[in-house]
Design a protein around this ligand. Structure first.
Ligand code: VGL
Ligand code: ZN
Length: 234
């Protein structure tokens, strides 16, 4: 069954529910897997390592063959980036500051363009990926989302790319659940896509309750929370 068909059936009450329990989601030609920021910086030994981050890699590698369309993202910051605590005197990582576009969490220096830290994780195997989209490369502005930067105006071009290719549904995986994965999934909804987050293919940073807050916000925006076992892979 296509994702769209499942969505339709789950809107049909008891019939739909039993159909959902019985069937798995078959992504099909109008769906894309988005692999967010599975980079050394967010993996063990990286500059902003996410707890359990490496565990998403085998899950994503297992999902990839089920998708005709795959997009990979990379957090790709300048040195001295506006999201780095080290850019400001008297600021420490995980504090916040106010920038033109709103409150910015300040991070350790991470994912600097062209460094080994910013490279994709070596164990990640998504050879059929068709697009690598880099984000966060404007020195004065962050971009958690793969669709638009933190001013909520500057587009990355991903929505146009997906629409031009007839993609209707995105399945978001990677790091971190409560930052780049969540913002990407919510902006996918805003851009008119059906959006799923595959929970066990993500791990969160969970800064002051940000993980639970992100799931709540995603749910309010119609992002669907599923597990990798819900996808038909064989
Ligand atoms: C991310 C914090 C800073 C992410 C990127 O990929 O979730 N988080 N930059
Ligand atoms: Zn970043």
């Amino acid at each position: 069954k296509s994702a769209a068909a499942l969505g339709l059936m789950s809107g049909l009450g008891s019939f739909g529910l039993s159909a959902f329990a019985a069937g798995k989601i078959k992504p099909g030609s109008k769906a894309a897997l988005i692999v967010v920021d599975v980079q050394n910086c967010f993996l063990d030994g990286g500059t902003l390592a996410v707890k359990g981050g490496n565990e998403v890699i085998p899950v994503i590698n297992g999902l990839a063959p089920a998708f005709e369309n795959i997009v990979v993202t990379q957090d790709w910051h300048t040195a001295g980036h506006a999201s780095f605590a080290s850019t400001y005197s008297g600021k420490k990582p995980f504090e916040t500051t106010k920038l033109n576009y709103g409150t910015q969490v300040l991070w350790p220096d991470h994912c600097v363009q062209g460094t080994e830290d910013a490279a994709l994780g070596k164990e990640l195997k998504v050879p059929t990926a068709q697009l690598i989209i880099r984000k966060g490369f404007h020195k004065e502005m962050d971009s958690y989302s793969a669709f638009e930067e933190a001013d909520h105006k500057t587009a990355t071009g991903l929505a146009g790319y997906l629409k031009a290719r007839g993609i209707k549904t995105v399945f978001v995986t990677g790091l971190a659940t409560d930052f780049c994965v969540a913002w990407t999934a919510m902006d996918a909804r805003k851009a008119g896509f059906e959006a799923y987050v595959i929970e066990d293919a993500t791990r969160g940073i969970d800064l002051n309750g940000s993980l639970a807050a992100a799931w709540k916000q995603m749910s309010a925006k119609g992002v669907k929370r599923i597990q990798s076992a819900d996808i038909q892979t064989a």
